[in-house]
Design a binder for this molecule. Structure first.
Ligand code: ZN
Length: 221
């Protein structure tokens, strides 16, 4: 799953408004942000196979450190601890911010579970791998991600208020942009068959989208 993950960021922001939306955008892709460098280092493995599923060109072979359920809980716990170590006067608020950010990290696995083919390991030994395989149906995958994202947007817009034109319409425009990007992502042909190219463009997208979300969120109260 790609843009659908941001539904969790938008929903969690509506739960805890002190959490940065930019950080929540990075949190929901945290394990992917680790995955691509680990692939480039040869620690985790993916192959690029054109039309491997109806929605993707990726065969995800080995990813115990980022995409196992056990690892996801450990990363979420680590992120919770890091936020708690940051200086802040209000302990209750900090706990709540740490909770939603780590929930964002953990959400990645459960969103992936719906779409991935059985490639998500439960633990590091890779004996049991799960995935409901919605990726085998491109229209269903696109529709699910779009519905999730629009629901997240709705929760976000309900809980915050724009104080100028960018504030009022910017996030709606950004979600439309993400939905268009996902048309290319799911229905588009394979444009780059190098793992390095895929990794770099994924990482650039994650940070760029987080930056845009952070900027637009600053235009709302
Ligand atoms: Zn992932």
């Amino acid at each position: 799953m790609f843009v659908g993950h941001y539904a969790a960021s938008l929903a969690l922001k509506s739960v805890e408004k002190s959490a940065s939306l930019g950080v929540l955008f990075l949190a929901v892709q945290f394990v992917d942000i680790l995955f691509f460098p680990l692939v480039l280092l040869g620690i985790e493995r993916m192959n690029i196979i054109e039309n491997y599923t109806a929605s993707t060109h990726f065969e995800l072979v080995f990813m115990p450190f980022t995409h196992s359920l056990v690892a996801s809980f450990l990363w979420a716990g680590a992120v919770y601890a890091i936020v708690m170590l940051m200086p802040s006067k209000q302990l209750v608020k900090k706990r709540s911010v740490a909770f939603v950010i780590s929930a964002g990290v953990l959400s990645h696995w459960f969103f992936d579970l719906v779409v991935h083919t059985p490639d998500l390991p439960l633990a590091s030994d890779h004996t049991l791998k799960l995935g409901f395989g919605l990726w085998n149906n491109a229209v269903a995958t696109y529709t699910l991600e779009a519905i999730l994202l629009i629901m997240g947007l709705w929760l976000y817009l309900k809980s915050t208020k724009g104080h100028n034109v960018i504030g009022r319409y910017g996030m709606i425009g950004f979600v439309i942009f993400l939905l268009l990007i996902n048309v290319l992502n799911i229905f588009g042909p394979l444009t780059d068959d190098s793992v390095t190219g895929v990794a770099v463009s994924a990482l650039v997208s994650y940070f760029l989208f987080a930056g845009i979300a952070f900027w637009l969120d600053g235009k709302r109260d």
